[in-house]
Design a protein around this ligand. Structure first.
Ligand SMILES: N[C@@H](CCC(=O)N[C@@H](CS)C(=O)NCC(=O)O)C(=O)O
Length: 236
């Protein structure tokens, strides 16, 4: 059995979608990051960077429990454990998948996350930051669109971890100031990924567990996510 520690964020959806694609049984454990639950010592023992997602695989290597954080590493571990074609065995397909997964982890996630932050969550509008991250999001959408103009999926002919990792980050494209209609190849891929039953299940299973209005966090919740409470929580 796998425990998935999550909040309803793109990085956590990557793992629930993958677990659905792999048809693995798992339990979902909410970590309310607005309330500061990511700083609980029990969670920090699993995820020392105080972020979701994290997993505990109670049937890890050697039959022992294995705790992991960082969504890309978790995805590679699960796909490799199950010898899934979502992480192809042949070196060309495998490293194409790893390459586009790293592109998501190092580029798409952090940059689009900053676009969310400065466009939606920042307490004041900082035009330089809004422009910087909105235009970087636009550039990344262009990279994805060009890639999907030459291949059906990010890593080539087959749907892989790279697509699962990227899709949840593009869902809030309006938050990032982007227009999906401007990118025909990306739009074709987006519709194909969204139509997958495992994708729908992976999104629904987490959303059903939490009561979330979608309104930007304020007050104490903002402070736990972005403010000085974060340093105090680590020192407590
Ligand atoms: N690189 C990490 C990023 C994880 C991440 O940023 N998680 C956010 C939600 S999407 C979080 O848990 N934030 C809580 C915090 O920073 O205290 C991954 O891909 O797993």
């Amino acid at each position: 059995m796998i425990d998935l520690y999550f909040w309803t964020t793109p990085n956590a959806y990557k793992v629930s979608i993958l677990l659905e694609e792999l048809e693995q049984p798992y339990r979902v454990m909410p970590v309310h990051i607005g309330k500061g639950e990511q700083f609980d010592p029990a969670f920090l023992a699993i995820s020392p960077n105080n972020k979701v997602p994290a997993i505990v695989d109670h049937d890890g290597p050697g039959g022992r429990p294995l705790a992991m954080f960082e969504s890309g590493a978790i995805m590679m571990y699960l796909a490799e454990k199950l010898a899934s074609p979502l992480l192809p065995a042949d070196p060309v397909g495998r490293y194409a998948t790893v390459q586009w997964l790293m592109f998501q982890m190092g580029g798409v996630g952090p940059m689009l996350g900053q676009a969310h932050h400065f466009r939606k969550y920042a307490p004041e509008t900082i035009p330089y930051a809004v422009e910087r991250y909105t235009s970087e999001a636009h550039r990344l959408y262009g990279v994805i669109d060009r890639r999907l103009g030459e291949a059906e999926y990010l890593a080539g002919d087959a749907y892989t971890l790279a697509d699962i990792a990227t899709y949840p980050w593009l869902r809030p494209y309006k938050w990032q100031g982007q227009d999906i209609d401007a990118w025909p190849n990306l739009k074709r891929w987006y519709a194909a990924v969204r139509a997958r039953p495992a994708v729908q299940r992976g999104l629904a299973v987490l959303a059903a567990k939490v009561d979330r209005s979608g309104a930007p966090p304020q007050g104490e919740r903002w402070n736990n996510l972005f403010g000085g409470a974060r340093l105090g929580a680590r020192q407590a």
